[in-house]
Design a protein around this ligand. Structure first.
Ligand SMILES: *Cc1c(COP(=O)(O)O)cnc(C)c1O
Length: 315
């Protein structure tokens, strides 16, 4: 059983026009759970179940947790997701829709994660949202598909949270003999753990996450993502929350698909930073998707309205 679909790779006329380049979209927003997590996270679930796992655990109230819940439902395996009190009602509803048991515990991701550690072991397996070779292996299939389509891009644009997607895309480039393709690794200013790692020449822990792009809010990137920055050509670029939010709204109007600010960050390179693309002609943007932000939420954030205690850091 394959728990992800082959997604469309389409040339975007609106983004090509606005940037003056050929912009191709890899439409991961169309995966069954609304993000690319169907590829790597679901693959990791499938592999551990093959190895005997009888229950799956996640501490992600976002797209990774939803993907674990989806995999569990498809595989007939119970899933428990422990999330902090800051998790939105919408995210909890999405998890419950996938039949996951949801435990709300603690003020931050840290406490939720500590509880998980006491619940796992002995056939009860924790699925890490980004720092796992199985997750990277599965995410790499998006590059396999672009390779099969016969479109070798001059650059690939993608968002970086904990660095699982970056690691997977790196894996995919290597196994297809495309290690010469440059990557543009995009984060918002308030969630810049990869950018800071590049500057410090090692992964370091951010003090806090201040971006509305909570899906990018891993305080530290995985070592693999950092190592890749040495092996491939990876350029780290920061955009503002406003640019990410603008891109979400513009993309909804241009392509009728709603994505999270974590994905808007990558799209904003075509809308607002075409100067970063001057060396390239054919560019693929990974439209990574995301389902936890509504358009009402995006509009509110744009007006600078935030809930108390927001944004919650993922870890
Ligand atoms: C998970 C996710 C990211 C970040 O991916 P990492 O593997 O944590 O770097 C970005 N955007 C969306 C929509 C996601 O679901």
């Amino acid at each position: 059983m394959q728990l992800h679909i082959q997604t469309p790779l389409i040339k975007s006329e609106p983004l090509s026009q606005v940037s003056g380049k050929n912009i191709w979209l890899k439409m991961e927003a169309l995966q069954p759970t609304g993000s690319f997590k169907n590829r790597g996270v679901c693959f990791a679930c499938q592999e551990v179940v093959k190895q005997g796992a009888q229950a799956l655990f996640s501490s992600s109230g976002g797209n990774a947790g939803i993907a674990v819940a989806y995999a569990g439902r498809k595989l007939g395996i119970p899933v428990t997701v422990v999330v902090p009190e800051t998790t939105s009602a919408k995210a909890i509803e999405l998890l419950k829709n996938e039949n996951a048991k949801v435990i709300v515990h603690g003020e931050s991701w840290q406490e939720a994660n500590e509880l998980i550690q006491t619940l796992t072991g002995d056939g009860k397996v924790f699925i890490h949202p980004f720092d796992d070779p199985l997750v990277w292996q599965g995410h790499g299939t998006m590059i396999d598909e672009i390779h099969q389509a016969g479109l070798k891009p001059d650059a690939v644009i993608l968002s970086v949270g904990g660095g699982g997607m970056l690691s997977g895309v790196g894996d995919g480039l290597k196994r297809n003999g495309w290690q010469d393709v440059p990557l543009l690794a995009i984060e918002t200013e308030g969630a810049a753990s990869f950018n800071q790692a590049i500057k410090a020449n090692q992964p370091i822990e951010l003090n806090e996450i201040t971006s509305v792009a909570t899906t990018l809010g891993a305080k530290r990137v995985c070592q693999q993502a950092f190592d890749l920055s040495k092996q491939l050509s990876v350029q780290s670029i920061l955009v503002s929350d406003q640019q990410a939010l603008n891109a979400c709204r513009q993309f909804l109007s241009d392509h009728r698909v709603l994505v999270e600010p974590s994905c808007g960050a990558s799209l904003s390179i075509a809308y607002d930073h075409a100067e970063k693309l001057k060396d390239f002609e054919n560019i693929v943007i990974i439209v990574c998707g995301g389902v936890t932000a509504t358009i009402e939420q995006i509009n509110k954030w744009q007006l600078g309205l935030r809930e108390p205690g927001f944004p919650p850091a993922r870890e």
